[in-house]
Design a protein around this ligand. Structure first.
Ligand SMILES: [Zn+2]
Length: 67
C-alpha cells in the first residue's frame, strides 16, 4: 500500500492542471483524464507512457507499434 503523504504530492502528468490522483486498487487514478497509473513495488509509475487509458467502450486500435 502506498503512503498517503506520497499520494498528496502526486499529480497526473498528462493533465495541464496537474490534478491529484486517487488510489484505485493497485493503481492511481486521475479524475480529470481517467488514466490510471500502475504501482510497482510500492512505487507509483507516474508516466504517461505507462498509464492505463480508460475504457472508451469502442474499438481498440492496436496499431501503435512505433517507428
Ligand atoms: Zn490526468
Amino acid at each position: 500500500m502506498i503512503d498517503t503523504k506520497l499520494l498528496e504530492i502526486l499529480a497526473c502528468p498528462a493533465c495541464d492542471s496537474r490534478p491529484p490522483v486517487t488510489l484505485d486498487g493497485d493503481t492511481l487514478a486521475c479524475a480529470e483524464c481517467g488514466r490510471r497509473y500502475p504501482i510497482r513495488d510500492g512505487i507509483p509509475i507516474m508516466l504517461v507512457d505507462e498509464a492505463i487509458l480508460p475504457d472508451q467502450g469502442g474499438h481498440e486500435t492496436s496499431g501503435s507499434s512505433g517507428t
